[in-house]
Structure formats: C-alpha cells, structure tokens
Design a protein around this ligand. Structure first.
Ligand code: C2E
Ligand code: MG
Ligand code: MG
Length: 664
C-alpha cells in the first residue's frame, strides 16, 4: 500500500486521490490539515471556510479516529501552571490545538481568550516562517520518528515577533500514522538574540559593522570558487590602507581614531556597487572585493573613487580631518586558489603604492614578488659580512638650538652595508632581514662597539662631552643579553655610560614590552639613556612613554618635513613639543632640511635638531674632523665649518642615503 508522502495535494481532486491511495481516514484527515496549512500560507482568510469544509468531509468519511478530541478544560492544569514553557497539544486528526495558560502569557492573550482552532495559532505565525513550519510538519509527521521540533516567529499581541521553539512527542496510531503531537513551547527570542550577536561578533567588526577578516576570507573563497565554476566571471581585490592613520590616532586620541575609521568605512561603502563587498581586515586596513571585474581599468575606477570619497575632510569630534589611502589591486587569477594569496599580493601592491608616495593605487605585478626573492639572496650574503668587514657607520650630527648658533651635542650612528655586488645598502634594506634571523644580535653588537670606539677616539670626555646615539632593533631589546653587551662594550672602550644613548622605536618596545622595559630600566640604572625614535609614526602616546624609562623623543622627520607646508603637521609638532615639555621630556627634531623649518622649530621651543640642512651623515673621519675643527675654534659657526670640510672634499662619499630610501 502506498504510504502517505508529503507532496501536499493542492486541489480537492488530488486530495481525494490521496484518500484513496492511503485508504485511511486518519491519514486523510491529516492530509486535510496539511493542505489547509499550505493554502493558509497562500491566502489565509479566504481558505478558512474551505478548510472547515474539507475537515467536515474527512470526518464524514466515518472513522472514529477522525472525531475531534473532547475538550478537557483542566487539561494538564497542574504542570502547566508550574512549567516555565507553555504546553500544547495538537490533535492532527481533528485539526484542533490546545494550549496551557502559559501560552496566553507568552503571546499576550487575556485570560478570557481561549482558542482551540488552529486558525488563530496559524494566523500568529510569521508569514515568512510558514513555509518552514509546513516543511517541519511534513517531514516529521510523515516519518516514523516520535519527536517533533520546530522554531519560528510568532506574533505577540503587542505586535512584537517572538521566536518560539516547539518540541513535542508525536503520537502515532497502530498503523504508524501521526495522530497528535503534544509538547512544550519556549520563548527563545533572547537566547537567539545573544547567539545572533555572538555570530555577528565573530564575523563582523564591532566598530564599523563591516565583515571582518574571517568573513572576508570566506567571501573571497566563495568568489574564487564561483569564478572557477563560471569561467569568465572574474573579480578584483583592492587592499586599502589608510596613510598615516596611526599618527592621527595618536595625536587626536583613540576616540577620534575610532570616529575616523567609522567615517572611512561609511565613505568606502559609497565607493562600491551593490554586490561588491567591503571588509575591515584590521586596524586601518580595508578590503574591497569587486564582483564581475576582469580588467585592471575597471578596478582602477573604483580605486579612484576610493580616493575621491576620502578627499573631503571627515568631521571628527570637533575638528576636520583628511585621510588618504594607499591601494593595492590584484585581479582574479585562475592559478591562485587560496584567499590568502590574494591578500598577500594585494598587500604587496599596496606597499608599493605607499613607497611611491601614498594616496594612490598600484596594480599587482608578479615582479613585486621579486622583492621577496631579493631578500632571500641578501640573507645568504649577510652571513659572514661582519667578518668580511662590509659594514660601516655614518655619523649624523645632532645640534642644540638653544643659542644664537647651533652647538654640536652628539651624533647618531647610522649603519651602512657596503655590499660587494649591490653597492651601499641602507639599513631599511637589510635590518629587517637581520631581524628575521638572529643575525641582528651580532650586528647590533658590532654597531655598539664601533660607535663607542669611534666616539671615544674623536671626542674627548668632559662635562659637555659629545654623545652617540645607536639605533636598537626589536630583537635586541627583547633580549636581556643586551645589558651585558652594553656593559662589555663600555668596559672595553672605556666610554662613560652617559655618552651612549640608545634609540628605540615604539614597535621595538611593543615587540616584548615586559622585557623591553626591564632592559631599559637596567640600562638607565647604569646611566645609559634611551630615546624614542620616529615619534608619531606608531600608536604610542606621550603619556604612555612617560611611564617608560624614556625621557627624550625624536619627532619623526615626516612631520618636520611637512610642517612648513601643512598646518596639520605643524599643529602636530607643536602639540608634541608642548606636551613633552609639560611632562619634562626632551625633544629632538629629525629631518630638518630647510632653514624655515629650523626657524619654526626654534619658535616652538625645540632645543635639538638633526638633518640634511647641516649636510649628509658623515664618515667617521669626517665626524672626527668636524669635532677637531670645533675644538680648535670654539666660537666658529658650525655650518661654516661644515661647508669648509665639504669644500675640502671631506663630505663627499658615496654612501649618503638616497632620498627614496630615507623617505620611507
Ligand atoms: P632613524 O634612526 O630615524 O634615522 C634617521 C634616518 O633619517 C637616517 O636614514 C638618516 O640618514 C635620515 N635622515 C636624517 N636627516 C634627514 C633629512 O634631513 N632628510 C631626510 N629625508 N632623511 C634624513 P638611514 O640612515 O637610512 O636610516 C634609516 C633607519 O634605519 C633609521 O632611522 C634607523 O631606524 C635604522 N637604522 C640605522 N642604523 C641602524 C642601526 O645601526 N641599527 C638598527 N637596528 N637600525 C638602524
Ligand atoms: Mg634613529
Ligand atoms: Mg628616526
């Protein structure tokens, strides 16, 4: 005998056929109930009359089973009064449903309202959830199981939608057909809200509401799979990194930083078409996934739009702020199947855009990966380079500006690698490689020793003695061995601890903050002072620095270089100097190239400077000649002396850093 399968007959004729096929009045009545549900879903009110008619017809077929259940007023009265969930009992055959009193509380019905027909219940179900409920009923009642479960939205009398979870036990007749379901219903709205929130939190960025990195990778993977299936439907990935965001974040405060990110997210949303995706990867990095783009030109239109939407200043708290962005573009490539490959290449292109001057975009080309290969080969050359004597130090004078003419107070030691094949390399090219390997420790040791030795040789001790600043890499500071290394170097060279300063950057400290602070404190106890280099390029604030054993900061040359043309940069320099002074910290301004900048800095109360205004960094012997010249004629104007040295050929050397290497 064919079974009653859930393929709801939607005409009375087909339904009659179902009756014939099953030959059971119970199943027929069940069919009636289900068909009724289907119809209600379509045209609820119109079909109520029809439903009753159908039920009557089913009952008229004469089975006892098809009789409606008698109404039991005190049905489950005791447990239902105490249970937290509402109880329900659906007589499938008679299409009647009964609820415990708790149901009325749940949906806001008054005590007087008693509904036993399924219409009232069905009418409360969210129209969009009715099809799902039908499917739940169909699949669970027509099977052989005894458990029923469904979750759907139900209207409260006050108009709210509650999410209710229904569980029940299916009572089946001797022939296995479902006759009734009895169970409980629980309000899961709050729980689902929490779950929904947790799901959202796992996949969406709380600050901007955009998909986060995890979701972006997932969506990218889907785009890759879609492109593979659909062949010609390609996509493009834009990696957007805000320019100098950390500076704004630092100078304006983190609340303003958050405002900027939210504002940028809103602007970026307007730069894409519907169907494209925008995500926040981390910090100030965003990702745009452009659907159905197969040419760079099309992606570049969006990249231009990104610049355009960011061009107008953002209103942040009480001020207006302009942010630029560097964008890397990568096109779908059928050979690349991993989302992270796209992120890597797009980020490479973005970094090229940064190096090329920021606020622009760059297409990814495979040659960009050559930079990575170059690093690998440099890493090989690095081994043994110290023993082969391939490194040397340049010295950049640091000048006090508290008098009418500048006064030499110290030098910053700047490392160069005289590579036998590639020529003179700047630290930006090899320090990161050295840092990735342990080689930075031996190179750092060499630098410290060389710098202390040179200073001892070309400047005599005394109360006004010159000092030397040595740059320290993150790996060095994360190693307690640095303290012993400094002790050894000072001991071996005989240099007074007060004449050595260590330049650290913020990421050097953040690398391993606990050890870094410990090491800096041990060094401070010995009289070796640390100063914060490149201030303004990271996230650290002056108030944070104040908690560290650091009393001098160097304002990054980015701001100094722009303060005569950008009021924003000037303002940042001014506020750094003011705040540093109020915290009792000293300031050095680096990257002073023009007289106008020097005048401005003097006016702002900055007492020490360094930069190309006074010439390029010096070879050790030039630095020595400068010191000797100043010692010979103490009243001499140092810049005149430098000019003389340069004229005599002393300042000409090939290893001055090229502008693009130092502009970062
Ligand atoms: P830094 O410590 O901020 O050094 C200042 C950099 O700015 C130097 O570049 C210097 O040549 C350049 N500079 C100085 N004045 C001016 C100016 O007026 N205009 C411009 N455009 N640039 C100026 P350099 O020598 O290429 O060093 C780059 C960075 O490499 C340094 O930045 C420092 O972080 C790192 N570095 C240098 N020597 C060492 C070292 O011995 N060890 C470690 N770990 N890092 C080093
Ligand atoms: Mg430095
Ligand atoms: Mg610096």
């Amino acid at each position: 005998m064919p079974n009653f399968l859930w393929d709801p007959p939607d005409t009375p004729e087909r339904m009659s056929l179902a009756f014939v096929l099953t030959g059971s009045a119970v199943a027929s009545a069940f069919a009636v109930a289900l068909v009724t549900m289907v119809r209600r879903n379509r045209r609820l009110s119109h079909e109520l009359g029809e439903t009753r008619e159908l039920l009557a017809r089913a009952n008229a077929l004469g089975s006892e089973d098809a009789q409606p259940h008698p109404v039991v007023e005190d049905w489950l009265s005791l447990p239902s009064r105490t249970a937290l969930d509402a109880l329900w009992d659906w007589d499938v055959v008679a299409d009647r449903i009964r609820f415990s009193a708790r149901w009325r509380e749940l949906v806001g019905l008054s005590a007087a309202e008693v509904h036993r027909s399924t219409e009232e219940w069905w009418g409360r179900i969210h129209p969009s959830d009715r099809a799902q409920l039908q499917a739940d009923v169909a699949s669970q009642l027509t099977g052989v199981g005894t458990q029923f479960s469904s979750e759907h939205r139900v209207r409260h009398e006050d108009g709210r939608w509650l999410l209710l979870h229904w569980v029940g036990v299916i009572g089946r007749g001797p022939d296995g057909r479902a006759e009734r379901i009895t169970g409980s219903v629980r309000n899961t709205t709050a729980q689902r809200d929490v779950e929904g929130r947790q799901r959202r939190e796992a996949l969406y960025d709380a600050l901007t509401g955009l998909p986060n990195r995890a979701l972006a990778i997932d969506l990218l993977r889907r785009a890759i799979n879609r492109a593979r299936r659909q062949g010609e439907r390609r996509f493009a990935v834009l990696y957007v990194d805000l320019d100098r965001f950390s500076i704004l974040n630092d100078s304006l405060g983190h609340q303003a930083g958050d405002e900027i990110l939210r504002g940028v997210a809103d602007r970026l949303r307007t730069a894409i078409r519907p169907g494209d995706m925008i995500a926040r990867l981390s910090g100030d990095e965003f990702l745009l996934l452009l659907d159905d783009v197969s040419e760079f030109e099309d992606a570049e239109i969006v990249a231009d739009r990104v610049q355009l939407v960011l061009a107008d200043p953002l209103q942040v708290l009480t001020s207006e702020v302009t942010v630029g962005a560097s964008v890397g573009i990568v096109l779908h490539d059928s050979a690349m199947v991993e989302p992270t490959d796209y992120l890597r290449d797009a980020a490479l292109a973005m970094h090229c855009a940064k190096r090329a001057g920021r606020a622009r975009h760059e297409r990814f080309v495979p040659e960009m990966r050559d930079g990575v290969r170059r690093r690998v080969s440099l890493e090989q050359d690095f081994r043994g380079a110290i023993d082969r004597n391939e490194f040397n130090l340049l010295y950049q004078p640091i000048w006090a500006t508290d008098g009418p003419t500048e006064r030499l107070v110290g030098f910053e030691a700047l490392l160069r690698w005289n590579h036998p094949v590639r020529g003179t390399l700047s630290p930006g090219e090899f320090i990161p490689i050295a840092e990735e390997t342990e080689m930075i420790v031996s190179l750092g040791g060499w630098t410290l020793h060389r710098a202390c030795l040179d200073l001892r040789d070309f400047a005599s001790p005394g109360p006004e003695a010159l000092w030397v600043s040595v740059n320290i890499a993150a790996r060095q500071l994360a190693n307690r061995g640095l303290v012993a290394m400094v002790d050894n170097v000072l001991h071996a060279t005989g240099l007074d601890a007060s004449r050595l300063k260590l330049e650290v950057t913020e990421n050097v400290i953040l690398h391993d903050e606990t050890t870094a602070i410990e090491v800096l404190e041990s060094l401070a106890a010995r009289g070796v002072r640390a100063l914060m280099d490149d201030f303004g390029t990271g996230h650290a604030s002056l108030t944070y620095l104040h908690r560290l054993p650091i009393r001098t900061i160097k304002i990054d040359r980015y701001f100094i270089g722009r303060m005569d043309v950008s009021p924003q940069c000037l303002e940042i320099v001014r506020s750094i100097i003011t705040l540093a002074k109020s915290l009792g910290m000293e300031i050095v301004a680096e990257g002073v190239e023009h007289e106008a900048q020097l005048v401005q800095l003097r006016g702002l109360g900055c007492r020490a400077v360094q930069g190309y205004l006074f010439g390029r960094p010096l070879l050790a012997e030039e630095a020595q000649a400068l010191v000797a010249g100043l010692e010979r004629s103490p009243g001499a104007c140092p810049r005149a002396l430098l000019a003389q040295l340069a004229l005599s050929g002393g300042l000409e050397h090939a290893s001055a850093p090229s502008p693009e290497m130092v502009s970062r």
